[in-house]
Design a protein around this ligand. Structure first.
Ligand SMILES: [Zn+2]
Length: 441
């Protein structure tokens, strides 16, 4: 059963309780709702005395299955095998990259216009040791955020993390190891030397040797191709010019494109972030972090007859996994990283030129985009009814509401009651646990 988190009046986490016990606490006035997502109660200071809830330090183990798109979370009681709570965090990854590319384009456009002198700023940046691309950094931040939040709601005494999924580099580039591998990218000369070695110092398309070779994107940058080594090859100038903005497959070399089609992009993201996450988890929490491999996770999951799901994988990480996992009635919470704001002051067209009105406010009557609200629209309105959803603010006050069934437009903030203030994430409970579970004891 997905338990309900409870904190005492001083906001110290107590042992999570069965939903029935939580309902009794609420109906007897011994507790109030503290957070909607994840659902958390706070014991009242006054009123009828609340029962003493056992707080055993180090009672629960928080298990993490970091993925490139989704990270599975599971709170497990090692002593009983009970999965107390489960969730899945969907990361922003690609959207972070897109936003930064868009920002770069806008700044580029601004430098072309007749504005004050603006010195070139492209080669004055330094990257500190351990730098990760912003898209990967955002994944780590998402996970650290949720570890910190769950520690506020429940007594977490230990962490488990899947550290090694599989060794992509060993699968696809057995000759590469070490720092390059952990950074996920090879830099500068390393890339060139690596490509020369890999493609036999010849043009990948016509096989020409002894001519100047260019680094060539198999899927061109203009078509969304990345700078990872898995998307790079070598071409002589005639081939490079002839290929133009076509992909290698369109140019008649599908075997070269086949390499780019391997899911290296996702795997590399996991590998680049997993060690960084591991170090930061230790640093930020001071808790013991157990590590496990993907192989062990799969073995644990298969042995228990469980289907593939991010939260089930998380529950199965590591050697500490209890022999029997109690999963009956666990409903995982889908958590989607949404970002909080855009700092862009004016929307622009594809060329970075402002072509729309400046962005309006995102705060109306105390509500802001991302708040989860309950709107009771009276019968006098054509939108009459009760809606629960995530608010998208419009300056007029007549806003959009993202509900479980779709977007409802034209809901005025005067009808809204806040349920959960915007915290950078969107939430949804997965029906039927998101996966077909075998019969539970
Ligand atoms: Zn060539």
């Amino acid at each position: 059963m997905s338990c309900v988190f409870v904190v005492d009046a001083l906001q110290h986490p107590c042992t999570p309780v069965h939903p029935g016990a939580a309902r009794r606490l609420l109906t007897r006035g011994q507790a109030a709702v503290w957070r909607r997502y994840p659902f958390t109660l706070i014991l009242r200071r006054t009123g009828p005395p609340a029962p003493t809830l056992a707080v055993t330090p180090a009672a629960l183990r928080l298990k993490l299955d970091p993925g490139s798109k989704t990270t599975g979370l599971a709170l497990v009681d090692d002593a009983t095998g009970q999965v107390v709570w489960a969730g899945e965090v969907a990361h922003r990854g690609q959207r972070v990259r897109d936003a930064l590319l868009a920002r770069g384009a806008i700044r580029c456009g601004r430098r072309q216009r007749h504005t004050r002198y603006r010195p070139a700023r492209f080669d004055n940046r330094q990257r500190p040791d351990g730098w990760l691309p912003p898209s990967l950094e955002s994944r780590i931040s998402n996970v650290l955020t949720w570890v910190a939040r769950l520690r506020k709601y429940a007594p977490v005494g230990a962490l488990s993390q899947e550290l090694v999924r599989f060794d992509t580099q060993l699968l696809q580039h057995p000759e590469v190891d070490g720092v390059e591998y952990q950074q996920g990218e090879l830099a500068g000369y390393e890339v060139r030397e690596y490509l020369l070695e890999k493609w036999g110092r010849r043009c990948a398309y016509c096989g020409a040797t002894g001519v100047p070779l260019h680094i060539e994107h198999i899927v061109p940058r203009s078509r969304g191709g990345s700078d990872r080594v898995s998307n790079l090859t070598l071409a002589c100038k005639p081939c490079n010019d002839a290929k133009d903005t076509r992909t290698a497959a369109e140019f008649g070399y599908p075997e070269i494109a086949a390499q780019a089609k391997r899911p290296l992009k996702d795997a590399a993201a996991v590998n680049a972030t997993r060690w960084a996450l591991y170090r930061r988890l230790q640093q930020a929490t001071g808790l013991p972090v157990e590590t496990g491999t993907g192989g062990r996770t799969k073995w644990n999951r298969t042995r228990r007859g469980l289907p593939k799901a991010h939260w089930l994988d998380a529950a199965c990480i590591g050697a500490s996994t209890p022999a029997v996992l109690q999963l009956r009635g666990v409903v995982p919470l889908s958590i989607t990283a949404m970002g909080r704001h855009s700092r862009q002051l004016c929307r622009t067209n594809a060329y970075g030129l402002p072509d729309k009105a400046p962005k309006a406010t995102s705060v109306v009557a105390g509500f802001r985009t991302g708040d989860i609200v309950r709107a009771v629209v009276p019968a006098t309105s054509t939108k009459t009814g009760v809606y629960v959803g995530r608010l998208a603010i419009r300056a007029t006050g007549s806003c959009n509401l993202q509900t479980a069934t779709g977007t409802v437009q034209g809901i005025h903030v005067r009808y809204c009651q806040p349920l959960h203030r915007g915290d950078g994430y969107a939430y949804q409970y997965q029906k039927h646990g998101g996966a077909a579970l075998p019969p539970q004891p």
